[in-house]
Design a protein around this ligand. Structure first.
Ligand code: HEC
Ligand code: HEC
Length: 505
């Protein structure tokens, strides 16, 4: 593969005045991001500069090797700072089981990219980076959950898709409420971006003002609040921000101010381990990372040469993927009508009225009217490549359709499915259902692996063979294919890759 030059991104001194010092940090260490500084730029009409600052700072934060001075790790007990095994047995003062908020696992690393590393920084992780969690503090290894590390590219895509889907569902619920108030009862067949989430049955139980009772037992693959949660193997986090805050706490033992206020919940002697601005920066960074691409796309723009026979194989595999029912869950494309990512979000269910520490985000300068934002069709800093023709091509940006709307090839319906007994978790601490998993996005799947929620599949073929429950029918259809036809499906999956154009090489 030949590499082309990309535009270097220069941010630098412009923001020096806005950078605050991380309290208690050694001189020369990473500076913390000041949310008020970001807001000041936005209020001053320099939204692009605020975005670039957040992205650059997020880049540094994601690869920075934090030290004890900065509060990485936690007081596990036994004099230790890290553990890969949940230790609900360590219940002494300040030890693992007494940390607040309650710890799920870890702390087990000093940087985000020590796990998110394959095939490149911000990617997935091998099984050695699997995370073991015990959210219920059972202390019983038979109930521990094992999780494989997922890639972090272009995560604005799942969040914006989820936000738009939820808005559709809220409107359908509201229409049904109005109908139930008129007619006594109403049923909403919920449909968002053509994905069905089952039914809501509303019954009027009081007049003037109208009161309705909502029966949520007909919902499928979504929580009763109709918030589509696009993050985590279980689909249990609505926003990048909330996932990031949890990852920083559980994996790195870095407790954000917004998580614990000024408290030292992991008893390591350091407080305010990540600022509100730091979490904003990490969020913006992962949201704006370059999108995964396909080999065929790289071939089309001349960054790679594929044989015609190989292209035909991928295309045949793509058609088969649809024919045997894979695409009924791994939705090949969805449009994003408003492809602007905003942190914080404006969408109910994705905007926090209170931080976990009980304070109001606005009191920490995190306000929707000064959201850090970027246009997903144009603003991603990475993978802006210069083609042989001399033309700049924004490979990192979201694709667009003929009408200019965002077009996401994310290969998921953002819905949870019952994947059957064999894939089931050994316990269900979140109450989601032990065998329920969010349809995993296949964007970049040809560059990651091992696959599935615990990394049990060492090949893509094994990953498909493991599909049970609601996935059993399409697995059976896959098994009816000839070896050649199976190879086409696999060629299609292997064609979905992570690509990073490194300007330094
Ligand atoms: C010890 C390994 C490890 C470290 C360190 C780590 N992660 Fe992760 N990350 C994981 C695993 C495992 C998952 C999948 C967890 C799940 O779904 O339950 C994950 C998932 C994620 C996701 C969800 C992606 C998606 O599409 O669902 C985000 C966002 C994320 N990590 C961000 C971070 C950030 C930011 C940091 C650093 C503050 C970090 N991670 C550090 C292992 C790690
Ligand atoms: C009923 C919905 C559903 C159908 C149909 C389905 N999948 Fe999946 N797929 C999922 C879910 C959910 C996961 C995550 C399961 C887990 O990790 O335990 C997944 C995971 C995968 C993975 C692993 C992704 C990773 O990053 O680890 C691959 C590859 C995959 N599916 C391919 C396929 C193919 C090919 C087909 C058609 C033969 C198919 N799927 C049909 C829901 C489905």
């Amino acid at each position: 593969m030949t590499r082309r030059r990309a535009y270097p991104l220069t941010v630098g001194l412009l923001f020096a005045a806005c950078l605050g010092s991380r309290s208690g940090h050694a001189e020369g260490a990473l500076l913390s991001v000041d949310q008020q500084g970001l807001n000041a730029l936005i209020a001053d009409g320099q939204a692009a500069a605020a975005f670039e600052w957040a992205f650059e700072a997020g880049d540094e934060l994601s690869e920075f090797k934090f030290t004890g001075d900065q509060g990485v790790g936690a007081n596990i007990g036994e004099g230790r700072r890290f553990t890969r095994i949940p230790r609900a047995d360590l219940t002494g003062p300040g030890e693992w089981a007494t940390h607040f908020p309650s710890r799920e696992g870890g702390a087990n690393a000093t940087s985000c990219i020590s796990c998110h590393s394959a095939p490149i920084a911000n990617g997935a992780g091998g099984v050695a980076m699997n995370v073991v969690v015990d959210p219920g503090h059972t202390g019983d290894p038979r109930q521990y959950l094992e999780r494989n590390t997922t890639p972090l590219f272009a995560l604005s895509i799942p969040q914006r898709l989820a936000e738009e889907m939820s808005v559709e569902l809220y409107l359908q619920r509201e229409a049904a409420r109005v109908q139930a108030c008129k007619a006594g009862t109403a049923t909403a067949e919920l449909l968002a971006k053509s994905v069905s989430f089952g039914t809501l049955v509303l019954t009027r139980t009081g007049d003037d003002p109208c009161v309705v009772d909502t029966d949520t037992s007909g919902l499928t693959g979504i929580d009763a609040d109709l918030v589509v949660r696009p993050f985590g193997w279980k689909g249990n986090h609505a926003t990048l921000r909330s996932f990031t805050r949890g990852a920083a706490h559980n994996e790195l033992g870095l407790q954000a101010t917004e998580l614990v206020g000024g408290e030292d919940g992991d008893f390591d002697g350091v407080i305010d381990e990540l600022s509100v601005g730091d979490i904003t920066a990490l969020t913006i960074y992962m949201a704006a990372l370059e999108r995964p691409v396909s080999l065929v796309e790289l071939n089309d723009i001349g960054l790679l040469e594929m044989k015609d026979a190989d292209i035909r194989k991928v295309t045949a595999g793509e058609n088969r993927f649809a024919k045997i029912g894979c695409s009924s869950c791994h939705t090949p494309s969805m449009s994003i009508n408003d492809p602007v990512f905003r942190e914080p979000s404006r969408v109910p269910g994705y905007v926090e009225t209170l931080f976990p520490d009980g304070t109001n985000p606005a009191d920490h300068a995190l306000r929707w009217d000064t959201a850090v934002s970027f246009d997903m069709r144009s603003d991603q800093p990475n993978n802006l490549v210069i083609l042989d023709s001399g033309e700049a091509y924004h490979l990192g940006a979201l694709e667009v359709d003929a009408a200019g709307a965002g077009l996401a090839h994310w290969y998921t319906d953002l819905k949870r499915h019952d994947m059957g007994e064999a894939l089931s978790d050994p316990s269900d601490p979140l109450g989601i259902g032990a065998s329920m998993f969010l349809t995993r996005s296949l964007a970049g799947v040809g560059s990651t692996g091992p696959w599935l929620h615990d990394g049990r599949a060492t090949t893509l073929n094994e990953a498909i063979e493991a599909h049970g429950g609601e996935g059993a029918r399409s697995r059976a259809a896959y098994n009816l294919l000839t070896e050649l036809q199976k190879a086409e499906v696999l060629a299609f999956l292997e064609n979905l890759v992570i690509y990073h154009n490194d300007p330094d090489h």
